[in-house]
Structure formats: C-alpha cells, structure tokens
Design a protein around this ligand. Structure first.
Ligand code: SF4
Ligand code: SF4
Length: 77
C-alpha cells in the first residue's frame, strides 16, 4: 500500500507560510501571484529560475511534496 497523497490545502495558514517562502524567492517578481502554487497552480508571471525555496517550506515538508518550481509546473501531486 502506498502513501495516500492528498492535495495541499488552500488555507490561510498555508498561505501565510508560503508568503515567507515564495514571498522572498528571487525567481518571480514581487509579489508572486497567486502564491501557494503547490495548491493553486502555476503563475502567469515571468519566471526566471534563480532557485526554489519550496524544500525548506513547512508546507512542503508536512505534505511530503517532491519537485521544485510549482509556480512553473503547477499544483503538487
Ligand atoms: S514555487 Fe519555488 S520557485 Fe516558485 S516562487 Fe515559490 S519558492 Fe520560488
Ligand atoms: S511548498 Fe512552495 S509553493 Fe507551496 S507553500 Fe511552500 S513555498 Fe509556497
């Protein structure tokens, strides 16, 4: 039996955590919109890959996420 992977929840708490991570990321203009890319999907902004802070984000760790640049690739899972 594999681990059941639930979608990342689009909550105010997760948004606040994301603001500390995506909100200080050099890969997107500020403010990165719409934030919480792992839950909401990709950004329509111009992305320049200058690093992705997601692996250090508590939302990433709590949800056992994999991969980088959800702002570019879209929702996790
Ligand atoms: S998803 Fe990754 S690359 Fe994109 S803004 Fe957030 S931390 Fe930066
Ligand atoms: S994993 Fe990345 S996109 Fe998701 S909340 Fe954390 S910093 Fe934002």
């Amino acid at each position: 039996m594999g681990v059941i992977e639930l979608p990342v929840e689009d909550t105010k708490e997760n948004l606040n955590v994301c603001m500390d991570n995506c909100g200080t990321c050099p890969s997107l203009p500020f403010p990165p919109q719409p934030y919480l890319f792992c839950a909401r999907g990709k950004s329509s902004q111009k992305i320049e890959r200058k690093g992705c802070k997601c692996p250090a984000c508590p939302v990433y760790i709590e949800n056992n996420l994999e991969g980088l640049y959800f702002c570019e690739s879209g929702k996790a899972h």
